[in-house]
Design a protein around this ligand. Structure first.
Ligand code: GLN
Length: 275
């Protein structure tokens, strides 16, 4: 039997999974770029590659995140390696990067920390945009830290230091100009954890206590001891947690407490300034 054409295989896959996911998976199976696919739709797809693609489509159809299947994901201006040891970087987390950059003047030798760095997304985006800054990235998972370290090398960023430990614990005596974190913030019993892509991601990077706020409470409690006067704490959180996180920051005597909304107009990042 004659082999299928690239565009035929793609059309069939698009009827079973998201169209962009289908393109990413076929490009990955072929070791090509997505734009190459569109220029070569009429080319035959060798049987062995069709089989490899079919297996990827089936896994995606069963819920595995496409970023784990292809092994990387774009975030900010970076290409990040991702494995099931790390959360898949999300577009809404770019808001946290934007809000941080507004508070990091480019020319100064600032000290910045990213707590629970995972794949390194926030730390590495800030390191890229602020080459004079020194960024400390922490994570309790040594497997995640290995991925983050590989991403620093992959993106040729030398101004990031990685330290193992929970939240602020590995920060030591140094004081920071800004501490950012995208901690786990989903409530333990939330049914979303048992559906879709979230089932495949590390539970410790997603869920945090009965109301989802355990990690945020710890960070708000511990961060002031590691911030300079005037330094900022920035936290990503769930769309319905803005009020609770503002209250936590005010109770901890932070000033300028405010919440920023993501592109979908949902509360996503709350920040405060140490007095
Ligand atoms: N934004 C993610 C989600 O709801 C959760 C990420 C997190 O807990 N930090 O899918």
């Amino acid at each position: 039997m004659a082999s299928r054409r690239i565009d035929e295989a793609l059309r069939e896959a698009r009827s079973r999974i998201d169209a962009t996911d289908a393109e990413l998976l076929l490009a990955h199976a072929l070791g090509a770029s997505r734009s190459w696919l569109f220029a070569h739709g009429g080319d035959p797809l060798p049987a062995e590659l069709e089989e490899r693609f079919g297996a990827l489509v089936a896994r995606r159809g069963a819920g595995e995140p496409v970023a784990y299947l292809v092994g990387h994901r774009g975030f900010w201006s970076l290409d990040l390696i991702v494995t099931p040891d790390t959360l898949v970087p999300r577009p809404e987390t770019e808001l946290l990067v934007e809000v941080a950059l507004e508070r990091l003047p480019p020319a100064r030798r600032l000290r910045v920390a990213d707590l629970g760095t995972g794949s390194g997304a926030i730390a590495l985006a800030l390191a890229r945009e602020r080459p004079h800054a020194h960024v400390v990235a922490t994570d309790a998972s040594s497997a995640a830290l290995a991925v983050a370290r590989a991403n620093a090398a992959h993106n040729q960023l030398g101004n990031v230091e990685f330290r193992a430990g929970d939240w602020c614990a590995p920060l030591g005596e140094a004081r920071f100009d800004l501490i950012a974190s995208n901690p786990p913030y989903i409530a333990e019993g939330d049914p979303h954890l048992t559906r879709g892509d979230l089932r495949f991601e590390p539970r410790a990077a997603l869920a945090s206590g009965r109301d989802g706020l355990d990690a945020i409470r710890r960070i708000v409690r511990d961060a002031p001891a590691h911030l300079l006067g005037g330094g900022w704490l920035l936290l990503e959180h769930g769309y319905d947690q803005g009020e609770a996180v503002r209250a936590l920051l005010r109770d901890a005597d932070f000033a300028e407490v405010a919440t920023r909304q993501d592109l979908e107009a949902r509360d996503r990042v709350t920040l405060g300034q140490r007095r």
